[in-house]
Design a protein around this ligand. Sequence first.
Ligand code: DLZ
Ligand code: SF4
Length: 517
Amino acid sequence: MACDRLVLVLGDQLSLGLASLRDLDRERDRVLMAEVETEATYVRHHKKKLALVFSAMRHFAADLAGRGVALDYRRLDEAEPAGSLYEAVAVACAAHDPQEVVLVEPGEWRLRQEMEGWEKRLGRPVRLLEDDRFLCSRADFAAWAEGRKSLRMEHFYREMRRRSGFLMAADGEPEGGKWNFDHDNRKALPADAEIPRPYQARVDAVTEEVLELVEQRFSDHFGSLRPFHYAVTAEQAERALESFVEKRLASFGDYQDAMRQDEPFLFHATIAAYLNLGLLDPHALCARAERAYHEGGAPLNAVEGFIRQVLGWREYVRGLYWLEMPAYAERNALEARRPLPRFWWTGETDMACLAQAVGQTRDEAYAHHIQRLMVLGNFALLAGLAPAAVNYWYLVVYADAYEWVQLPNTHGMVLWADGGRLASKPYAASGKYIDRMSDHCRHCRYDPKQSAGDTACPFNALYWDFIARHRERFRGNPRMAMPLRSLERMAPERVERMRRRAGAFLDSLDYAEEGEW
Ligand code: DLZ
Ligand code: SF4
């Protein structure tokens, strides 16, 4: 039977308030959702990420159907699954002859490009709606960026605070007299600190079927599939949020940058995957955290730090992505060309901090931001790993990763491959930083205090090699003045020795072949 509109809902658009679902006519419109091979394999996503997306899609579809929405749902395990989103739409158009196809714009540039050709191929109008689940529209971000020499997150964030009113005092000043409390957020974790367990959802029959599907069809993808604890409905994601607010938010600020052996989650919210799927709403998240502050459940440094990630950073990277694509992904400002060491996939390395980060990434599809930035990312930056290989890895391995959020974070913040469009300086650090912020070095065969000899922490030689390699490029950058001055004060033979050691270390590694993973 013909319908008025065919509404395509993508796998990361699982929000009842989605623009395309708000004015749905249940009598005349039809919703289409499709599990498809092309989205599952355009990068070979972590098994847990696949299970999360498919299970959340199936639960969301069941919810819509329960609300009386007419729905086509294409499963990957049906007799003739749709090969691609286009194919699913074409089949649905043939079946229902809609007057138009409607969808909320996809989050990734690649898919947006592909959709340019759909109208012609389908022979009917395809209408893309703005994704208004974000707090800053693409147009508003472009207006903010217009004419600015540098696009610093901090400036954008203040603007968003003013606009939204979150953590603003009655006199128009920021709550507590400061915009940013990051200085209070760099405490090392005391040895006896107790870490509450994060929320774990129970696997139901729908998720169990999806786990079997992923086991069968994607067994060669990276990562452990079981045990699986991810929330797969908005209701469960809400419970995960409440558990964070009640048990961990109060300490989130203080220990935001800390790391501990065998503790993957610490005081982090671990809700980014739900937020990016649409199971949680960014405005409601900020409001919930702000309420915890006003009710005395969490201090300002924690709440401000949390709100900054959601209201500031997340919106900022999304705005930057759409402003700069597609040229952004092509830049390689530091001319980094080294392939990925195999241990990025296997976790087999004597460097305890990296073994922890890769190991928990394999097991949980999760690592927190300091592990991503200052352990894995720091290694990638110092070793000069090729941006395309590193971007691919981050997009594959994290359950929360979609290109709009992953690319600016990896390409810009981690690798400085955008030449400083996003970050005013590269986040380079020696083993000393990791030693200060974690207990990993106590579990490591290397010593962060040594820079020569067999047991010297490789980060130390890599750090000085990086600074020496790029000394000319960073000479005019005031934020790099300190390390450059230290380098110049070092005896040239010492610098040379360190650089040889870095080279020998990198030569000793086993590297993954392109396309191997
Ligand atoms: C991530 C993902 C995966 C693994 N599978 C699907 C799928 O089968 N069907 C679908 O509609 N969406 C999927 N997604 C999410 C899309 O990749 C996502 O919508 C785009 O990358 C744009 O952000
Ligand atoms: Fe990492 Fe170096 Fe510490 Fe080992 S010694 S855990 S490699 S920082």
